[in-house]
Design a binder for this molecule. Structure first.
Ligand code: ADP
Length: 483
């Protein structure tokens, strides 16, 4: 393979045809590490979106009614072709999103694992026969594909977030229209191309690209054929989409922002806590919704922890993701860098100390230094808002009760992490944290076998695991009378 040949697809996919926008308009996709244009994709709107929904509607009955085993065979071929092209697909992610290659390869394998998983889960959609109150009747519960599903996906995991949604939908027997993030559409189009080659029938998976997401979102939430909306992105946009989906009473799954705490208790294995902190904080340059955003550390170990974290952070090599020795790539866009700068200067104005980093990287562009801040007070902006960047603010606490109160003092509830060794404390704290996912002595917690999702303003629904398919199914109660 020529590693520079990414074979980018510069067309959208509607009803099995690779198409341009009706107007012929396109928009460029840029490499965040260099600012170079990688290629263009169609700039579509409501009309093309409607066409994609109609294609999905037309493809629905045949796909839904096909034996789950046959759907699974097609999905398995798709999974295998993704893994066979892992290197090229990873390079597409690094080119359009910036993350280091080793992370991009892991993302491809991670996303593909959902396709493998839901190929099987689709075969295990069991209904129930329920004991009823009277002998002259029987109660059956059927589980049926909900219908056409729409997905809107983000730029931070341009391949895996799409695979995670499409896998569950297709496994359940739904058809789908996907709108990838305008910053990173090539990963989505590459996956769709492989799906088509693996035998996913025309119209079952459609991809619409657009520079302005709003008209596409309007159509996806208002077209009566769309029975399900799944979104991963900011809480702000999630709320807009929920309001829109209300008009159509669409079933919604929302994977929104987080403000993850990582708590280090004095009985923690400090080395392990530092390793976990680095892994969750600087992966993807801190641009994941489950990145630890607030480091709550018990007073007696706060200095040792902060010093070790700063040492580890300053040793991370920043640079272009294609360089195999690089640990931290560029941020996605200028606004993201500005938000990080704002959070750091606000924290410093509130009395925080910069232990390492704190500024744009000497490489320039969108590169930022891995940063650790000490003595951050709880009223700093960085404590309340999701930073989405490579900044670790350390906040100290005295008691377990205080740590839990600080950790829960956020409208978000996606992921939380804590490091401790006392078993009673581990149970107590895990039960009291108001988050959908809790990592105990572990900060890399995602897996296709586990339910991913948040509580409070972090979202609705779960992705992955045996529960993930439920979001794409309706229950139907059938009453058999006259028995
Ligand atoms: P992020 O903070 O990750 O950039 P966004 O929530 O802005 O998150 O974007 C996530 C996805 O939502 C992207 O695909 C983006 O195009 C889409 N999006 C943003 N605004 C809207 C909107 N008003 N309607 C529909 N989709 C939108």
């Amino acid at each position: 393979m020529n590693i520079n040949d990414l074979s980018l697809v510069e067309r959208a996919l509607i009803g099995g045809a690779w198409v341009a926008a009706d107007s012929g308009a396109t928009f460029p996709v840029v490499d965040p590490a260099t600012g170079d244009a990688l290629g263009t994709v169609p700039d579509m709107g409501a009309v093309e979106t409607r066409r994609a929904i109609e294609a999905a509607e037309k493809a629905l009955p045949a796909w839904r009614d096909r034996p789950a085993k046959e759907r699974a065979q097609i999905m398995r071929r798709w999974f295998e072709s993704i893994m066979a092209e892992q290197e090229r697909l990873a390079r597409i992610i690094t080119a359009e999103q910036g993350k280091p290659l080793f992370e991009a390869r892991a993302e491809i394998a991670y996303g593909a694992s959902y396709i493998d998983w839901f190929a099987d889960e689709g075969r295990r959609v069991y209904g129930d026969i329920v004991p009823g109150p009277a002998m002259d009747r029987r109660i059956l519960v059927l589980k049926q594909a909900i219908g056409v599903a729409a997905a809107i996906t983000p730029w931070n995991f341009p391949s895996a977030m799409l695979a995670r949604k499409v896998a569950a939908a297709l496994g359940a027997g739904c058809t789908m229209v996907v709108k990838p993030a305008e910053l990173t559409p090539f990963s989505a189009l590459a996956l769709a191309e492989l799906a088509e080659r693996a035998g996913v029938p025309a119209g079952v998976l459609n991809v619409v690209t657009a520079l302005d997401p709003a008209p596409v979102g309007q159509e996806l939430t208002h077209h009566p054929a769309v029975r399900k909306l799944t979104f991963t992105g900011s809480t702000e946009v999630g709320k807009i989409l929920l309001r829109q989906a209300a008009d159509n009473v669409q079933k919604c799954s929302m994977e929104l922002g987080g403000n993850a705490p990582l708590i280090v208790f004095e009985d923690a294995d400090l080395e392990r806590a530092v390793k976990g902190a680095v892994a969750t904080k600087y992966r993807n340059c801190g641009q994941t919704c489950i990145s630890a955003n607030r480091f709550l550390v018990q007073r007696s170990v706060v200095d040792a922890f902060s010093r070790k974290l700063a040492e580890a952070a300053s040793a991370l090599k920043v640079g272009v993701g294609f360089d195999e020795s690089v640990a931290v790539g560029p941020m996605i866009e200028a606004a993201a860098v500005e938000k990080v700068e704002r959070h750091i200067s606000d924290a410093v104005a509130h009395g925080a100390k910069v232990l390492t980093g704190g500024a744009r990287h000497a490489l320039g562009g969108l590169f930022f230094e891995p940063t650790v801040l000490a003595d951050v007070p709880a009223d700093a902006l960085i404590f309340r808002e999701e930073t989405f960047g490579p900044v670790a603010p350390v906040i100290s606490f005295e008691t377990e009760a205080e740590a839990i109160r600080l950790a829960n003092a956020t409208p978000y509830g996606l992921a939380a992490y804590f490091y401790a060794s006392d078993v009673a404390r581990i149970f107590r704290v895990a039960e009291r944290l108001e988050f959908g996912m809790v990592g105990v002595n572990e900060s890399i917690i995602t897996s296709e076998a586990a339910p991913f999702g948040g509580v409070k303003q972090s979202g609705l629904g779960r992705e992955g695991s045996r529960y993930g398919i439920d979001d794409y199914l309706e229950l139907k109660y059938v009453c058999l009378g006259g028995m």
